[in-house]
Write a protein that binds this ligand. Structure first.
Ligand code: MN
Length: 144
């Protein structure tokens, strides 16, 4: 099954770079240019992962990460934050907001794709472990 990635990025060049790169690696991508649309678009698209620019007009990526993580249907999707100003303490703020991953701009193409793959793999492993726990028979109900 093709994995879906929502990309929230106000800069057209970066948006195009992320879209092209991820499409070339076989992902289905959905670009969002206006952060104010991000949550509604995410609900519709049901992404497996979200790439989130931090510096955007109207609404910051940090705020959006918190909003997305507050949604039951969306909170399982790992978020890869992308930021141009990696000041001291930024990574901590981004992780505190709920993002699972973080890359700084200008991105290294290889690191970016590796980060996406790593987060998707970790999420799949977590989901599989959870499914296994649910399938395990209840010892109380098993025959003696
Ligand atoms: Mn931006």
């Amino acid at each position: 099954m093709v994995q879906k990635i929502l990309i929230v990025e106000d800069n057209e060049l970066n948006l195009r770079l992320f879209c092209d790169l991820l499409r070339a690696h076989g992902y289905q991508v959905e670009p969002v240019r206006d952060g104010r649309e991000a949550v509604v678009r995410a609900r519709d698209f049901a992404p497996d992962l979200i790439v989130m620019d931090i510096q955007m007009p109207y609404v910051s990526g940090l705020e959006l990460i918190e909003q997305l993580k507050a949604e039951d249907e969306l909170k399982e999707a790992p978020i890869l934050a992308v930021t141009a100003y990696a000041a001291r303490g930024d990574e901590e703020r981004i992780r505190d907001a709920g993002a699972e991953g973080y890359v700084s701009k200008p991105i290294s193409v290889m690191k970016f794709v590796e980060a996406v793959r790593g987060l998707l793999a970790a999420q799949e492993a977590a989901a599989a472990a959870e499914a296994e726990t649910e399938e395990r028979p209840d010892p109380e109900s098993s025959p003696a």
